[in-house]
Design a protein around this ligand. Structure first.
Ligand code: PMP
Length: 364
């Protein structure tokens, strides 16, 4: 394997080089604390400041109103699949409305059904999970306790570029694979969750933005760890939190604010990268075959196939040898997937498109 491969993996994703350098220093010694980041107490003033600044940075990046709490939790996005319906669905008569738009949606639906009534409002199954719904295909009930969808289906590479649902029904969204990659009108949602390991940090921490009214209406009998109220009261410090992961998220939010210059700039860069890749795919005379229909394709995960399985295997081997890591498609659908999260640079995407051009001329 070549050194310093470019990370096109579906996750954990690439992190900015400046952040990696700061992390390297922090492993040895965080200057303000005089200790390694791996040994700093979660009860220290230093860590309290880390949490406060990270929260403030996310608030600033998203323009998040003050009636939202920001939590740093463990258990990954997967724990939120259950924590959301435990909080918002238990004991309800009317079904919550869930979208079945891909691999991750299906996992969410399975967990929600354990907690209460669920209606799948739209499924991509009959379309082979190659597209998302249009507004004409959707009919939302005013009685649903909430709606849930995945803003970006990481496996299939399908992304919503609009907000779903109605303003009188709470919206809940799994933004794991596009959180802080673009502005998201967070104040239209009652609850947003996203793990860090795509765009904003390492695995180990999941960010939850939750409206105070949701927290106040949570049932009283939940296990403390799974009770948003207890997590809010303890300021994400209910038990030993992942200090290291939260610190890296802090560094990435500083990078987003100070070096990238905010989410408008970030989305422009991300769109430029996606356009370059899709442009090459669409201009390849059917050599590279995009997974998703054009209107729903993701700016984060570019999934595609080659004309044969053999060519796909050869492509992945040659790509790995050339220093492109993580291009294999998710095991659920195979093929190729180039994930181009925030910290994967335009230069890296240009290198990949160059490689893809060469590969096509050799093998078409
Ligand atoms: N939701 C989405 C959209 C994902 O892409 C993933 C994992 N890639 C998950 C949820 C599961 O996240 P975790 O492994 O943090 O539980």
């Amino acid at each position: 394997n070549p050194n310093n491969a470019l990370n096109f993996s579906g996750g954990p994703g690439a992190l900015p080089e400046v952040v990696l350098n700061q992390v390297q220093q922090a492993i040895i010694n965080v200057p303000e604390a005089g200790l390694s980041i791996l040994g700093i107490s979660h009860r220290s003033d230093w860590f309290e400041n880390v949490v406060r600044e990270t929260e403030n940075n996310i608030r600033t990046l998203l323009g998040l109103p003050s009636d939202y709490h920001i939590l740093f939790l463990q258990g990954g996005a997967t724990q939120q699949f259950s924590m959301v319906p435990m909080t918002m669905l238990r004991g309800k008569k009317h079904p919550a409305e869930y979208f079945d738009t891909g691999y991750w949606s299906r996992k969410v639906v399975t967990e929600a059904m354990r907690e209460g009534p669920v209606r799948v409002i739209w499924s991509g199954e009959q379309h082979g999970y190659r597209r998302l719904p249009t507004d004409e295909e959707l009919d939302f009930s005013p009685d649903a306790p909430y709606i849930h969808y995945v803003s970006n289906e990481t496996v299939e590479g399908l992304q919503f570029n609009r907000i779903l649902g109605r303003d009188d029904v709470p919206r809940v969204c799994d933004m794991s694979s596009d959180f802080l990659s673009k502005p998201c009108e967070a104040d239209k949602f009652s609850l947003i969750y996203a793990h860090a390991q795509k765009n904003i940090g390492p695995a180990g921490v999941t960010i939850v933005l939750v409206r105070d009214s949701v927290v106040q209406n949570a049932p009283d009998n939940l296990p403390s760890f799974l009770d948003y109220r207890r997590q809010v009261e303890s300021h994400s410090n209910f038990n030993t939190p992942p200090v290291f992961a939260i610190y890296v998220v802090l560094l990435v939010t500083r990078w987003l604010l100070n070096e990238v210059g905010g989410l408008e700039n970030m989305t422009q860069i991300n769109q430029q990268k996606a356009k370059l890749l899709y442009g090459l795919i669409d201009g390849s005379n059917d050599f590279y075959r995009p997974w998703g229909e054009a209107a729903f394709r993701s700016d984060m995960n570019v999934a595609f196939n080659l004309p044969t399985k053999d060519l796909e295997a050869l492509f992945l081997n040659e790509a790995t040898a050339a220093g492109f890591s993580g291009l294999g498609g998710h095991r659920a659908i195979g093929g190729v997937r180039a994930s181009i999260y925030n910290a994967l640079t335009l230069g890296a995407v240009e290198k990949l498109t160059g490689f893809m051009e060469d590969f096509r001329f050799k093998h078409h």
